[in-house]
Design a protein around this ligand. Structure first.
Ligand code: HEM
Length: 141
């Protein structure tokens, strides 16, 4: 079921889009600053960075909107990432949090305390789903 978070989240996405700065640039700069050893895992960062950024935000919006595609999508994303090496959950958590951080910075005045809370709520849900999917795939291995 759709939650009231969607309205605030959509307004911040539109505000960030109007500014026009591609969010993957600050997000990946921050992510690689925090986890420099992870840079080598990315063979084609120019291709992966925009997709990882957009999909992370779409998943959180999809969660707020109660979209049924979210769980299979996250499960598939986690499965695909098993091919990229042993990626610690702490890096997934940080990536999701940093995606919200850079969106907030780009959204400017559209980013209220309520908007921040809405995104953080969905970020926490996404982080839990990622852990659930990791456990599910590990149990099958
Ligand atoms: C949490 C949400 C995430 C989503 C939705 C996501 C999504 C994606 C997608 C769609 C791709 C394929 C890109 C392409 O081939 O064009 C990809 C690649 C990749 N992702 Fe993620 N990702 C996420 C988080 C992470 C995290 C936290 C890490 C590292 C710890 C990571 C590491 C990688 C690597 C190493 C690749 C392959 C890049 C390459 O070959 O250049 N991802 N991701």
């Amino acid at each position: 079921m759709a939650s009231p978070d969607t309205e605030l989240m959509e307004a911040s996405l539109l505000a960030a889009a109007e500014v026009g700065t591609p969010l993957h640039v600050p997000l990946f700069a921050r992510f690689f600053a925090a986890f420099p050893e992870r840079r080598a895992s990315f063979l084609v960062p120019e291709a992966a960075a925009p997709r990882m950024t957009d999909e992370t935000l779409q998943i959180m919006f999809g969660l707020a909107a109660g979209e049924a595609w979210v769980w299979p999508f996250v499960s598939e994303m986690v499965s695909m990432h098993r091919a990229y090496g042993d990626l610690p959950v702490v890096e997934f958590d940080a990536f999701v949090d940093m995606a919200v951080d850079v969106l907030g910075e780009a959204a400017g005045p559209a980013w209220s305390a309520d908007c921040d809370a809405a995104w953080r709520r969905q970020a926490d849900r996404l982080k839990r789903l990622i852990i659930e999917a990791r456990q599910g795939w590990a149990a099958l291995a």
